[in-house]
Design a protein around this ligand. Structure first.
Ligand code: NAP
Length: 246
């Protein structure tokens, strides 16, 4: 079922990977989309033109989610472009892997800043500015449950995102806004594939009983369900979308 044509969604980190698939899917479902990115302007613009070419409405907005002032400007530009904001998808994220013993401070700090503080910044802005009846979907990760070695700092940021999700769902009582998490397993994007030897990719792909990597469209379909009318009764939940890996 599609999303009301007058709804507007901000998707953070939508220049590529899962975020780009979410923007394309939600736009196809009838939503105006704001394609946020950190630095990769060209693919963000190309995505916006592709969505418009398919009859949708899209705009792009450069903003660093780790910077509160930048996030405020992102919401300003979304409101200016489409008149209001109904849906926030907190998708922007980074992943740096190392055993805790070998982790530099910078590895920890940069992931906390982007994944955890970044989500906090956009949630705070959304709590103040989202229309009643809106939807918030945060991206966690199935590593919160899998707890593999080298994922410590990354998994900790995502566990924090899950905690924020549950608290925020309760704080928005009375506004008819749902707040949920989608927690993908291994998904074929730059974030997952970069720097991994093929045998590691194959091993991780084979761990799920469905025996393949997730594709960005698999995750976009899950987010679209939570953003659309059929997902309206789900609130404060963590939905793992991972082919059964955990
Ligand atoms: P990706 O392909 O690396 O794309 C990351 C996106 O985030 C890009 O659009 C990037 O923008 C943006 N971004 C990075 N830092 C940002 C910042 N400070 N401010 C604004 N945007 C920023 O990643 P992905 O695999 O699609 O991951 C999307 C989300 O899913 C992340 O939260 C990730 O943790 C989560 N996830 C992914 C997997 C997986 O296996 N892929 C599994 C579980 C969870 P630029 O292009 O401008 O750099």
């Amino acid at each position: 079922m599609g999303i009301d044509r007058n709804k507007t969604a901000i998707i953070t980190g939508a220049s590529r990977g899962i975020g780009a698939a979410i923007a394309e899917r939600i736009a196809a479902d009838g939503c105006n989309v704001v394609i946020n990115y950190a630095s990769n302007e060209a693919p963000a613009e190309a995505l916006a033109r592709r969505i418009e070419g398919a009859g949708g409405r899209a705009t792009t907005a450069r903003a660093d989610v780790g910077d509160p002032a930048s996030v405020a400007r992102l919401f300003d530009s979304a409101a200016a472009a489409f008149g209001g904001i109904d849906i926030l998808v907190n998708n922007a994220g980074i992943m740096r892997l190392a055993a805790i013993a070998e982790s530099e401070d910078e590895l920890f700090d940069v992931q906390v800043l982007t994944n955890l503080k970044g989500t906090f910044n956009t949630l705070r802005e959304a709590a103040r500015r989202l229309s009643d009846g809106g939807r918030i979907i945060n991206l966690s990760s199935s590593v919160v449950g899998l707890s593999q070695p080298t994922y410590g700092a990354y998994a900790a940021t995502k566990a924090g995102v899950e905690a924020l999700t549950r608290v925020m769902a309760k704080e928005l009582r009375g506004r008819k806004i749902t707040v949920n998490c989608v927690a993908p397993g291994p998904t074929a994007t730059d974030l997952f594939l970069d720097g991994k030897p093929q045998e590691v990719v194959d091993h991780l792909a084979g761990m799920a009983p469905l025996e393949r990597l997730g594709q960005p469209d698999d995750i976009a379909a899950t987010v679209a369900f939570l953003a659309g009318p059929d997902g309206g009764w789900i609130n404060g939940q963590i939905l793992r979308a991972n082919g059964g890996i955990i």
